[in-house]
Design a protein around this ligand. Sequence first.
Ligand code: IPE
Ligand code: IPE
Ligand code: MG
Length: 235
Amino acid sequence: MTTENSCTHVAIIMDGNGRWARKRGMPRTYGHRKGAENVVKITRSMKESGIRYLTLYAFSTENWQRSKDEVDALMQLLNEYLDKELKEIMDNNVRILFIGERNMLSPGIREKMAFLERESAQNTELTLCIALSYGSRQEIVAAVKRIAKKVADGELEISQITTDTVSDALYTKDIPDPDILIRTSGEKRISNYLLWQAAYTEFFFTDTLWPDFSKEELCEIIQAFKNRERRYGKN
Ligand code: IPE
Ligand code: IPE
Ligand code: MG
């Protein structure tokens, strides 16, 4: 007998904003604006799906290497999102979390992030985790340092280190591993996203560019996921 998989956590690499804009003869930043609008739409549509965690890759550590103009525009959009979204988040009972290297972000943005996290901490419908200035290898390095310090301080024995010790030292310590990882825009790579957490995640790649990614397509993916056989190495 086969039972359907249940999906608790969906992670998305929201890729293709630049190409979406180029196809329309518009600047890349226009694509980012449309992409940000789609974040709001897709988050809203999660309510009916039974999914409890949504983790969105919004800006990678490596994205800091883009042109100053593009980085500035993305930070501006982020600022607007942080200013506007409190009501939407509270109305929809969404808890918001941010993962990534906060030190790289401006103090003003960091303050707004902390404010949204605090205000929404008791919300229960959906946890929206936004990966911002996030790189999985950097996250793992930070975790290794944290664990090494505990060992150096005599709080932890090397022999006590388990996979749980590592999981608990990551930014994602409070959320379960993703069941589904979706990448839009046709690229078939993970680009430094959730490397540890995605050990047994089911991957879905779609050619749809992020601003066009719809609730309907998300539902199709969740449906297809239900029928995948997750073996976890067993026979
Ligand atoms: C994803 O879209 C958004 C970010 C990485 C910030 P891109 O900006 O990577 O768009 P493409 O991949 O160039 O089309
Ligand atoms: C990954 O997309 C990061 C985000 C979507 C935020 P990129 O566009 O930066 O990835 P690469 O450069 O194609 O691998
Ligand atoms: Mg891209």
